[in-house]
Design a binder for this molecule. Structure first.
Ligand code: ADP
Length: 473
């Protein structure tokens, strides 16, 4: 069942319930009021008859003789029927208009009446509905008989029938109008959702993620939904593009080593295997390219794990010791490049961290610095503690990074045109470095000036932040 039909049904059903309750309430209040009104008149008439009896010379005798003759009870005319009975139910006098018939008042009323309590009943007699008020007749301090005055219910029944008919027909009309109006309103309210469905179907059919759903009023519920879906489409499009780019980049990066390996294998097949010098050259080339591919694949794997939310296992790491280690490895890496790796100011610092990942990050920075610094340049490592943070800088006096490249160097597979000329990296190193920094609750920042050099600074939360603050104050 569609939302529109459900909404309309609910709406109409609820209204029907309200109207039914209202009809019932109005009907019963009017019915009670009219009946109370009639009862009041009947009681007044009965009291007049009681007064007449009491005004007799010997009212008790009149009652007991069973021969009351009160001509005035017929004065009430055709409107009311009056009967006076003794407590045992025997008739004393009946009004003319009863034409000798008795009002069939239930016999068990007499007990109540004997005790002085009035009783009322609605009954059917000779094809008419009557309401009867029975009142005990007090004489002295006892009750000696009963006056029963009956009135016709037909005017009340007629009035109630008119009210019933009117209320029911008005309710039915209101329900029809409400159902039609509700259905139209529901359709208007759900119209934008139809638009969303259609656009989504078109996107599914054409696989065109650049399409967006037209937004109506951006602040209402549907507008917000549309906005959210459009935002989601934007992200999907971006991630789809990234995915495609990634596949293209990975294939591209793998092609070079694979071509080299293939070339060397062909060379070996064509006879180079027999020449020890050529054979070892070919095997070295194959080994290098294989190592490069393995690095690339393990970098990609790490980034995929990072995307999937890989959590690092953090333990206290003595950064000063770690940096000494990186410094020594940097010296080894710089051998033969003419670049000097130096150790600058070094505070003692402990951070919560993953030592292997931090080493990988810093080695990457040092490796880049050596790679992009010409012979005779310097690469300096420093470690400082400041304002609750530990800062590790890798500063070089190299080529620097053009400001156009600067915002992109942390992107996956990004390599400046200049560095593309060099073999080696695949442009994943800095993406991994930034992820490691962020996974430690830190940051990796860069400042660079072409021709002067670059400074990469890693900020990590200081494990002894509180001690430092106390010692500073
Ligand atoms: P890769 O070094 O494999 O190319 P990275 O992600 O480590 O990839 O670096 C991305 C790019 O940032 C490099 O291609 C290079 O253009 C630039 N870059 C990184 N470090 C330096 C540096 N110290 N000096 C100059 N350019 C750098």
């Amino acid at each position: 069942m569609s939302i529109r039909t459900r909404l309309t049904l609910w709406y109409t059903g609820l209204l029907a319930l309200i109207l039914l309750l209202l009809t019932f309430l109005i009907y019963s209040v009017v019915a009670r009021t009219l009946l109370a009104n009639l009862q009041e008149r009947l009681v007044a008439q009965a009291n007049s008859v009681i007064t007449l009896i009491q005004q007799e010379n010997d009212p008790l005798a009149v009652m007991l003789s069973g021969r009351a003759r009160l001509p005035s009870i017929d004065a009430f005319g055709s409107q009311y029927y009056v009967q006076i009975v003794q407590l045992d139910g025997r008739a004393v006098q009946l009004s003319e208009n009863l034409q000798g018939r008795r009002l069939p008042v239930p016999a068990h009323f007499l007990q109540d009446l004997e005790a002085g309590r009035a009783r009322f009943v609605t009954l059917q007699a000779s094809g008419a509905r009557l309401h009867v008020a029975s009142l005990p007749i007090p004489i002295g301090n006892q009750f000696v008989g009963v006056v029963e005055v009956a009135g016709l219910m037909d005017s009340i029944d007629d009035a109630l029938a008119v009210i019933r008919r009117t209320l029911l027909s008005v309710s039915a009309l209101a329900l029809v109008l409400a159902a039609a109006g509700g259905s139209i309103l529901a359709r208007a309210a759900l119209q934008p959702i139809k638009g969303i469905t259609e656009t989504a179907q078109q996107i599914a059919a054409t696989r065109d993620l650049s399409r967006r759903i037209p937004t109506g009023v951006p602040t209402d519920e549907v507008g917000r939904l549309t906005g959210t879906i459009n935002e989601m489409l934007g992200r999907l499009e971006a991630s789809f593009d990234t995915q495609q780019q990634l596949v293209a980049d990975v294939s591209h990066e793998l092609r070079t080593p694979l071509t080299t390996i293939q070339g060397n294998v062909d060379l070996l097949r064509r006879g180079a295997a027999d020449d020890p010098a050529m054979r070892s050259e070919a095997l070295v080339a194959i080994g290098n390219e294989t190592a490069r591919m393995r690095r690339l694949v393990s970098d990609l794997l790490l980034l995929a794990q990072a995307d999937a939310g890989l959590q690092l296992h953090l333990q206290p790491v003595e950064l000063d010791t770690l940096i000494l280690d990186v410094y020594r490895q940097g010296q080894l890496l710089s051998q033969g490049t003419g670049v000097r790796v130096r150790l600058g100011a070094e505070d003692q610092a402990v951070v919560p961290g993953d030592a292997d990942r931090l080493r990988q990050l810093l080695l990457n920075l040092v490796d880049n610095a050596i790679k992009y610094t010409p012979s005779g340049g310097d690469v300096t490592l420093t470690l400082k503690r400041q304002a609750g943070w530990v800062q590790v800088s890798v500063e070089d006096t190299g080529a620097g990074i053009p400001s156009d490249d600067l915002p992109h160097i942390f992107d996956r597979f990004y390599r400046s045109d200049r560095s593309r000329a060099r073999p080696g990296g695949a442009g994943l190193g800095l993406s991994i470095a930034r992820w490691v920094a962020e996974a430690h609750g830190g940051q990796l920042e860069v400042e660079s000036q072409v021709g002067v050099g670059s400074v990469f600074t890693l900020y990590l939360p200081d494990a002894h932040r509180d001690d430092q603050e106390t010692s500073e104050t």
